[in-house]
Design a binder for this molecule. Sequence first.
Ligand SMILES: O=C(O)CCC(=O)C(=O)O
Ligand SMILES: [Fe+2]
Length: 235
Amino acid sequence: MPTIKPLSKQDTLKYANPKRMAEIGRDVTDTLNANPHVQWLESPHVQLYVCQNFLSDKDCDLLVKMIDADSQPSTLYEGTEKEGYRTSDSCNVDPHDPDIKRIDQMICDLMGIPASHSEILQGQRYKVGQEFKDHHDFFHESEQYWPTEARAGGQRTWTAMAYLNEPEEGGGTAFPQLTYSVAPRKGMLLMWNNMGIDGKPNLNTLHAGTPVIRGTKYIITKWFRLNAWRGAPTN
Ligand SMILES: O=C(O)CCC(=O)C(=O)O
Ligand SMILES: [Fe+2]
């Protein structure tokens, strides 16, 4: 594996600046709080929101088709792989597809974050028994992937995740620190701030895609970055 240049203290501030991340947290929560279609899932520990019926049935169904066509076994970051940890299938949906561009923009507009600061939409499918165990979506700065991810867009700030169907049993998104689990609802968008109000990674955002017991679960996920995401295609 090539050696990756470590980050200086100054670089780290550029890629994970608590002051700027606290500001983003305030801006996004102001936007979401002002939207009558969005509900705040009251918690003192995590800024967590839902928007019911965010995606139409038609959009959900077309996304499910795309995921079925393109999915490969999901991956974890190099150095963090653990057997059985993330057993779903995933795919990066085609960012040039006009429906994807529209849905992508709808998510960014709802949250008030520029699309340039977001990663490509990822689709995921969980069959019976598949899951994504407890994890944080923010980057742990002690991990070997961090310098590369930092330079590619910096820390992950917010997560937006939409359920495309309702498995018959299981497949909720559990937040063990909140003793809280969100049940999949077709078309519902779930959003949370991976940072605390201090703009630093919030350990209470620990969450899991719990095993599907009956049926299949489909979701799309979008992760936002502090800076412009360099992995993004140019158009
Ligand atoms: O499947 C879920 O409910 C959670 C997925 C998740 O945490 C992720 O994609 O980062
Ligand atoms: Fe996650």
